[in-house]
Design a protein around this ligand. Structure first.
Ligand SMILES: Cc1cc2nc3c(=O)[nH]c(=O)nc-3n(C[C@H](O)[C@H](O)[C@H](O)COP(=O)(O)OP(=O)(O)OC[C@H]3O[C@@H](n4cnc5c(N)ncnc54)[C@H](O)[C@@H]3O)c2cc1C
Length: 406
C-alpha cells in the first residue's frame, strides 16, 4: 500500500498531540492534522487536576506547563445548601489556547508534521481496508487554498476529534450522536484587590443538577462556567446553558463576591462533552479512537484533559507494538482491549457517582459531615488523586462509611 505517512493523527487536542509526540519520539513518521490553526481556543475550564499533571510529567512537559500555568492551592467544593469541603491538592489552570499550543509544539519538535487547517471529511478505503483520510481546507481558508480536497494515505489512523460527533460519524465509529453533557464558560479579569487562589466547584440550590466553577487563570483572570449532564435521572428545569451560566453568576454568593467589579473578557461560549468511555467504537484494525472522541471525559466532574493525554499515549504504544510485531491490523483491538481493562470500571463508577451527586440531599449530607482531615475529606482527596474511585464515597457502602466515620 502506498502511504504518505505511517500514522495520520486527526485532531491536535491533548489526545492527538500526545499520541503524535510519543510516536514521533519513537521515530515513526506522523502527520498531525487539525481543522484549526494553532494557537486556537478550546472551550474548557482549563483545570489541570492530578491526572493531567501526571500525564504532562510523563510527556516531559511539566516544567514547561508549570512556568505558564496559574497554580492553585487546592479545590473547594460546595453542596447546594452551601456547606463546603476544602481539598488541599496541588492543581493548576492554563487556558487551552496556551496548553494545546505547547502540546502541538512538542509533537512538532519531536518530528510530527503539523497540517492545518485541514478538516477531516471521510475515510479512504483500499481492498476493503482503511488506508487514509480525506480533508478539505478548514475554517477561514477556502478562499486562499481553493476548495481542493486532499487525500492522505497512512498505515494507521488515530481519530482524536474531541466531542465533534460529525467527525466520528464520518469515520463510521459513532455509536451515540448526542453528547453526555453541555457546559458554558467565560473569562473575567478580577477587580484590583480580588484574588482567586482555589478551584471552586459550586452547586447552586435552584439550578440543580449541575455545578458552576470559578478557576484561577494566569494574570489575575478567572475561568467561570456551568455544566450539567444530560444522562442524569433528572434534568435542570432551565436547560439553556448560557442562561444557567448567567443565573449562576447572579445567585452564587461566592461567584457574586469574586466577580464583583470584574471585567468580562469575552462572550459566554458553550460546548458539548462526551463522557463515560461511551459513544464510539474504540478501535478496529488500523483505526483507533482516542480522547473525548472515545468519551474519555469523566461523567460527574467533566474533567477530561488527563485522560485524553493518557489515551493518546496508550494509542501510540498500541501502534508501536503492532508495528514491531509486523501485524498492523492488531493495533485497534489491542488498544480497545487495554482501554477496557484499564478504564471501564473507573468510568462506570464515575457515571454512578454522577447519579448519586445529582441528588442534592446526598451532596448536602456529605458536605455537612465533612471536616478538615476527616474521613470524607481524605476520601474525596483520594478520589481526586485517583488513589480511590468515586464509589469509595458515592455508593451505598461509601455513604454508610461516611455516616459512621466522617
Ligand atoms: C466547558 C468545558 C469545560 C471543561 N473543563 C475542563 C477542565 O477544567 N479540566 C479538564 O480536564 N477537562 C475539562 N473539559 C473537558 C476537556 O475539554 C476535554 O476532555 C478535552 O479537551 C479532550 O481532549 P481531546 O484531545 O480528546 O479533544 P479536543 O481537545 O476537543 O481536541 C479535538 C481537536 O480535534 C479537532 N477537530 C475536530 N473535528 C475535526 C475535523 N473534522 N477535522 C480535523 N480536526 C478536527 C479540533 O479542532 C480539536 O483541536 C471541559 C470541557 C468543556 C466543554
Amino acid at each position: 500500500m502506498h502511504a504518505d505517512t505511517e500514522v495520520l493523527v486527526i485532531g491536535a487536542g491533548p489526545a492527538g498531540a500526545a499520541a503524535a509526540a510519543e510516536l514521533a519520539g519513537a521515530g515513526v513518521d506522523v502527520i498531525l492534522a487539525d481543522r484549526h490553526t494553532f494557537p486556537r481556543d478550546k472551550i474548557c475550564g482549563d483545570a489541570l487536576i492530578p491526572d493531567s499533571a501526571q500525564a504532562l510529567t510523563e510527556l516531559g512537559l511539566s516544567a514547561r506547563i508549570a512556568a505558564l500555568a496559574a497554580p492553585a492551592e487546592g479545590l473547594e467544593l460546595h453542596a447546594p445548601a452551601g456547606d463546603g469541603v476544602y481539598l488541599p491538592v496541588p492543581v493548576a489552570c492554563l487556558p487551552r489556547r496556551r496548553l494545546d499550543a505547547e502540546l502541538v509544539a512538542q509533537a512538532c519538535e519531536r518530528g510530527a508534521r503539523l497540517r492545518v487547517p485541514w478538516q477531516f471529511t471521510r475515510l479512504l478505503h483500499e481492498h476493503g481496508e482503511i488506508c487514509g483520510a480525506e480533508f478539505r481546507p478548514g475554517a477561514g481558508t477556502a478562499a486562499a487554498s481553493g476548495d481542493a480536497e486532499l487525500e492522505i494515505r497512512a498505515r494507521w489512523l488515530l481519530l482524536a476529534t474531541g466531542a465533534n460527533a460529525a467527525a466520528l460519524s464520518a469515520a463510521g465509529t459513532c455509536t451515540r450522536k448526542q453528547p453526555s453533557a453541555i457546559a458554558a464558560r467565560a473569562y473575567f479579569r478580577l477587580a484590583p484587590g480580588r484574588r482567586c487562589e482555589r478551584l471552586y466547584m459550586l452547586m447552586e440550590p435552584k439550578l440543580q443538577p449541575g455545578y458552576g466553577w470559578i478557576f484561577p487563570c494566569p494574570g489575575g483572570t478567572v475561568n467561570v462556567g456551568w455544566i450539567y449532564f444530560y444522562d442524569n435521572p433528572r434534568l435542570p428545569a432551565e436547560q439553556n446553558v448560557r442562561r444557567l451560566f448567567e443565573r449562576f453568576c447572579r445567585t452564587s454568593a461566592i461567584a457574586r463576591h469574586m466577580l464583583d467589579g470584574a471585567a468580562m473578557l469575552d462572550d459566554v461560549q458553550g460546548a458539548p462533552l462526551r463522557c463515560g468511555l461511551t459513544g464510539a467504537t474504540l478501535g478496529s484494525e488500523r483505526l483507533l479512537v482516542l480522547g473525548e472522541a472515545a468519551g474519555t471525559t469523566y461523567s460527574f466532574s467533566g474533567e477530561g484533559i488527563g485522560k485524553a493525554l493518557e489515551s493518546g499515549g496508550l494509542a501510540a504504544r498500541s501502534v508501536l507494538a503492532a508495528r514491531r510485531c509486523g501485524r498492523p491490523a492488531s493495533a485497534g483491538a489491542n488498544y480497545a482491549q487495554q482501554m477496557e481493562a484499564r478504564y471501564r470500571a473507573r468510568y462506570l463508577a464515575y457515571k454512578r457517582a454522577q447519579t448519586w451527586l445529582a441528588r442534592a440531599p446526598i451532596a448536602n449530607l456529605i458536605a455537612r459531615r465533612a471536616r478538615p482531615g476527616g474521613y470524607i475529606s481524605h476520601t474525596l482527596q483520594a478520589v481526586l488523586e485517583e488513589r480511590a474511585g468515586p464509589d469509595a464515597l458515592l455508593s451505598l457502602r461509601g455513604m454508610l462509611q461516611a455516616l459512621v466515620r466522617h
